[in-house]
Design a protein around this ligand. Structure first.
Ligand code: FAD
Length: 326
């Protein structure tokens, strides 16, 4: 089994930047991410919202930030495993053994960048949802747009993701039905205008009352109209995400808010384990991307300086030294 210098748990903006920084210092890095896609909160919770408080970037959308971080990461070598939930971390002499939902990993040091914890999609909360999900009828993400070609698709939601995917699938699917509990959509104006000029069939204000195999039964909110049935081949649910705090390392010191307490140089109470970004807490902590980026750089530099990896680590004073070696 490959032993990495560093394993980063969580591929939100802070984990991705930390991986780049570690690669730049010459560490071998493995990133583990629970979701099938990296990007953390900006990508999953507010892809279309603009961020205005990152140094040197006047404005950037959540989804674009992820693209930029991935482009930067391509400058170094790294290993990335998505769809892998870290369950437990244990010390094995001078290594850490990381047990996940898929396999076990070994590393000499660890950086926890799990944010507010596991991001979980909000469910439709209708009987039959689990069976529909397991059979592939219902999903909370589009993994491959081709799965929707010439299919009759029902999309639930009223925000950016629901509208963006409705518009994107309009030219792919045979029919797109957009179902939302309100008459107004929460997406940006331009997208709502595109929706109004599209062939997407709108069902508002409707909610689902039953799901029987591939038949969804919709009922109008606050009206006595008869419910109506829709037979579909695919159902997509974009009702947003919840976070679930998950403690993966026993005996880590936690703050009152359940975050990992960090001290000097983002060290935790356990030697070799560091935390950065929304996952960590200390006096004066701010849960902001720019702050998390700074914490990542501090943590990686401390790891590079204090852990014996048995190979040469690049100088950390100036990134131009790294560029000359490229
Ligand atoms: C609506 C909204 C707007 C915001 N606007 C701004 C803004 O304008 N400016 C700003 O600076 N900040 C903003 N923030 C805050 C910002 O998004 C967070 O500070 C930032 O995302 C923290 O990054 P992170 O990488 O630490 O954590 P996250 O982005 O939360 O990423 C953590 C990652 O870890 C993964 N993970 C968790 N547990 C596990 C596990 N056990 N195994 C494997 N993977 C795991 C998660 O799936 C996730 O991908 C906003 C937040 C919200 C909700």
């Amino acid at each position: 089994m490959k032993i990495h210098d560093l394993i980063i748990i969580g591929a939100g903006p802070v984990g991705l930047y930390a991986a780049y920084y570690a690669g730049m210092r010459g560490l071998s890095v493995q990133i583990l991410e629970n979701f099938d896609e990296v990007g953390g909160q900006p990508y999953h919770l507010y892809p279309e919202k603009k961020i205005f408080d990152i140094a040197g970037i006047p404005e950037i959308k959540g989804s674009q930030l992820r693209e930029n971080l991935l482009a930067q990461l391509e400058l170094v070598s790294y290993d990335l495993a998505c769809g892998v939930q870290v369950l437990k971390v244990e010390r094995r002499e001078d290594l850490f053994e990381i047990s996940t939902s898929v396999e076990t990993y070994l590393a000499k040091s660890l950086l926890v960048t799990t944010g507010n914890g596991l991001l979980k999609p909000r469910l439709l909360q209708v009987e039959g949802e689990v069976v529909a999900r397991e059979s592939g009828l219902l999903s909370y993400f589009v993994k491959n747009i081709e799965d929707y070609r010439d299919k009759k698709v029902a999309i639930f939601g009223g925000g950016d993701s629901a509208l963006d995917w409705s518009l994107m699938l309009e030219g792919v699917a045979s029919e797109v039905h957009l179902i939302h509990r309100r008459n107004e959509f929460r997406a940006i104006e331009n997208t709502v205008a595109q929706l109004e000029n599209s062939k997407i069939q709108l069902h508002t204000p409707y909610v689902i009352s039953a799901l029987v195999e591939n038949q969804i039964i919709l009922k109008k909110i606050k009206a006595d109209d008869e419910p109506f049935d829709l037979n579909v081949d695919k159902i997509l649910v974009f009702h947003g995400f919840m976070t679930e705090n998950n403690q993966i390392v026993e005996s880590l010191d936690l703050s009152r808010t359940g975050k990992i307490r960090t001290g000097v140089a983002m060290r935790t109470n356990l030697t070799g384990i560091y935390a950065a970004g929304d996952a960590c807490d200390y006096e004066g902590k701010l849960p902001l991307i720019s702050v998390g980026f700074g914490e990542a750089a501090i943590a990686i530099n401390d790891i590079a300086k204090n852990i014996d990896f048995g190979h040469k680590i690049r100088n950390g004073h100036s990134s131009s030294l790294f560029a000359e070696k490229q």
